[in-house]
Structures are given as C-alpha cells and as structure tokens.
Design a binder for this molecule. Structure first.
Ligand SMILES: *Cc1c(COP(=O)(O)O)cnc(C)c1O
Length: 404
C-alpha cells in the first residue's frame, strides 16, 4: 500500500475552514479511555468526544457491530427499509415513552425534525397562528439555522439573520417567565433536562413539571433535547426518567452511536402521523451501518450494571474532584449528574476554563469547557477507576499552572 499523505496540526490552518481551534496535537488512536497522539504521547480522555464515546475508544462491541455490518450492507436509501434500523427502533420504543422514531445523523438534525414536527402539529390543529416556540436562554440545540435560533446563545445566531421567527426565549428554570409566554399560539416548548453546553445546569424538577402542565393546558408539544443527557449519561437511560416528567418528543444523538454519527427524534403515536409521507426526510438517516452500531451500543448501555456503574463513577469522580478542590480552592461549585460533570470556576479564575483545558492537554488529559467559566467532563460511561485517578492527578498538575 502507498504511504498515507503526511499531515501535521499546522495543516489544519492551511486547509480547514477555521470554525474550530483544535488542540495543538493530533490524536491518532484510542483504546478505552486513553488516546495517543502522533508523537505517541498518551492522554486520559475525560472529554469522550463531547459526550459521544460512551464506550470509550475501539470497544469490541462497537467495533464488531461496525465491521460485521460493513461487510453486509452500508446504505440503501429510504426507498427501502433495513433490518438494523428496525431493530434499533424497537429498542428505542420499547425502552422509552416513545412509539415512533425518526432517524437522522446528528443532534441538530434531530432537533430540526422535532421543531418542524411541532410546527406541523400546530398547523394541523387548525388554531390560527399556532407556530410559537418557547425556548430558554443559554440553551444549545445545534447549529442549523432553526436550531441556533431556538438555542439561547445569540453569539451563535446573530450573524445569520434573518432568523426563523416565532421563537421566544425566557430564563431557564424560571417557570413564571415561561408561563407568561406560553399560550394558545404556542406549538412547542424545547428544553434540555440539563443544559450541557450552557454550563452543565440541571433543570429543576418543578420547572419541568410546570412546563408539562403548561404544554397540556395549551396543546403544545414538550420537546426534551436529550442529545447530551441521553443514552446513560446521567445514570438513567434518559434523563427524563429521573424527573417523572414525560416529554412528547425527545431528541437523542451523541452517545447513541458511541462515535458513529447518528441521531433520532422519538415521539408518540399521537404526533408521529403529522409527519406524513414526504413532509420530512434525509438521505443517510437510519442507514444500516449507523443503526447496527447504535443498536449494539444501546444494548450494551441499557443494562442495570452499566447504568449503576455510571452513578458509582459519578460519586467516585466527585469525591476525587472535591478532594482536589479542598486543597486548591479553584471551583466554586461542582455540579451535574452521572458522567456529565461541570466544575464552575471561582470568581478570581473567571474566564480561565479554556486555559485549563489547554494545560490539561499538556499534562496528558482531554477535558472540555462549557462556557468560559466551567470545566466539563463527559468521559466514557465505563471509564475504569484507575483512569479517573490518573486523569485527576493530571488535572491537578494542570491546575497548578493556574495558580502561577
Ligand atoms: C451537541 C448538542 C446538540 C447538537 O448536536 P450535533 O450532533 O452537534 O448536531 C444539540 N443539543 C444538545 C443538548 C447538544 O449537547
């Protein structure tokens, strides 16, 4: 075989549209919760590909599902259904509130489908002008025009005006504010059970319950964006299961494919028929390759052992972080559920989250931010305790640079 083209990190600046500013090393291989770069330097992975690599890297369950399907059938297009997608739909509907699934390739696409479904249901209701969407400040729902508009961070949408209208943003966890804008013209309320990108901020259960009641009162769809919180991330299969509040629509992606791109919008028999033949679609959504991998990943995660393991690791992680913090006094608050953990920096370190992840990289640790003031960890759901210990030791060395 020919030698592959030789590439370096500086080539990113040569050839890539500069929407990202990746770290100054290039990961080339991974195993479990460890990654190696071009220089064969090893990293502990507390980022998990942004809450995606739920089984870590190169897990045999995912690798086998992928390679087995790869020799059979990759893609047929939506003129035909396929076995892996039907199996995955059965798994998702049997294990959640949902009766029906629409498959796509990402979180943004799942939310795009959810918002379009809500608009269609609003139209079909016959209530004039039932197209209003209520969303929350600081929320993140993806990067398509509709989803950045629903998201509550103007920095992601303001450069792309004119935006889709009819979207009203109110303060997260403020039920009175939501009550003031939800009415007969509202077709949907979209909310993250835990705001992920916005800083790892859990929704209050009373807030979610109140939204459920308002949606019932005014005939609006309650959409839970579980793109980040879903598939075991919080220690429940989906975060709504911890709240006692059932949505009408749930979106899932990220961990669903364990690293293979896949997304899905889940809904009920009541609403699914509004998406009749031809009203929405996708070329790749529900393709056999993605569905086979997601089916295997989902089956692996949806067991008491793995889900209990996430809760156990949460406590283990928190104990280690609290011990570290008792010594160094860097975090104001450590919050989140399961293996979605946010460490809020004390006021004197405000704005330093990105620097901390850069120093973490130097020390051999992959970590994330959630806004300028929060360091976020979303590791593999099965990360070994010894990798947590080693990662925390490396974090400690990175934090030492902050003090300087
Ligand atoms: C990541 C994320 C999205 C967007 O998913 P993509 O796959 O990047 O399109 C949407 N909503 C939430 C809550 C997310 O965390």
């Amino acid at each position: 075989m020919e030698q592959p083209i030789s590439v370096t990190r500086s080539n990113f600046n040569d050839w890539m549209v500069p929407v990202f500013a990746p770290a100054n090393f290039i990961p080339v291989r991974g195993e479990g919760s460890r990654i190696w770069d071009q220089e064969n330097k090893e990293y502990i992975d507390f980022a998990g590909g942004i809450a995606v690599n739920a089984l870590g890297h190169a897990h045999p369950v995912a690798v086998n599902a992928l390679t087995e399907q790869a020799t059979k059938l990759w893609h047929v297009g939506n003129g035909y259904t396929n076995e892996p997608v039907l199996r995955l739909a059965k798994q998702l509907t049997e294990n959640t509130f949902a009766d029906k699934v629409f498959f796509c390739n990402s979180g943004a696409e799942a939310n795009e489908a959810a918002l379009k479904l809500a608009r269609k249901v609003g139209l079909d209701s016959g209530v004039a002008g039932k197209s209003g969407i209520v969303a929350f400040k600081n929320a993140f729902h993806g990067r398509t025009l509709f989803t950045v508009s629903a998201g509550g961070q103007p920095k992601y949408s303001q450069d792309f005006a004119p935006l889709p209208n009819g979207i009203n943003h109110v303060a997260f966890n403020d039920l009175e504010a939501a009550k003031a804008v939800i009415n007969e013209q509202t077709c949907a309320v979209i909310v993250e059970p835990i705001q992920g990108e916005g800083g790892v901020i859990p929704a209050d259960i009373e807030f979610l319950k109140g939204l459920r009641e308002l949606c019932d009162q005014f005939g609006a769809l309650l959409i839970f964006d579980e793109v980040q919180t879903g598939v075991g991330r919080t220690g429940a299969l989906y975060a709504y299961m911890n709240t006692g509040v059932m949505p009408d629509v749930l979106t899932t992606a990220k961990a669903l494919g364990g690293g293979f791109p896949v997304g899905a919008m889940l809904t009920t028999d009541k609403f699914a028929p509004h998406f009749s033949v031809g009203t929405h679609g996708t070329t790749y959504g529900g393709n056999p390759l993605a569905s086979a991998v997601a089916g295997a990943v989902f089956e692996f995660i949806n067991t008491p052992e793995v889900l209990e393991g996430v809760k156990h690791r949460h406590q283990y992680f928190l104990d280690a972080l609290n011990t570290l913090n008792a010594e160094h006094q860097i975090f104001e608050e450590i919050r989140g559920q399961g293996l979605l953990i946010g460490c809020v920096l004390k006021a004197e370190y405000a704005g330093k989250a990105k620097d901390i992840t850069t120093w973490a990289g130097e020390e051999g640790l992959l970590a994330l931010i959630a806004g300028p003031d929060v360091v976020r960890f979303t590791p593999s759901l099965i990360i070994p305790e010894q990798d947590i210990d080693e990662g925390i030791a490396r974090l400690k060395r990175a934090l030492a640079k902050l003090a300087k």
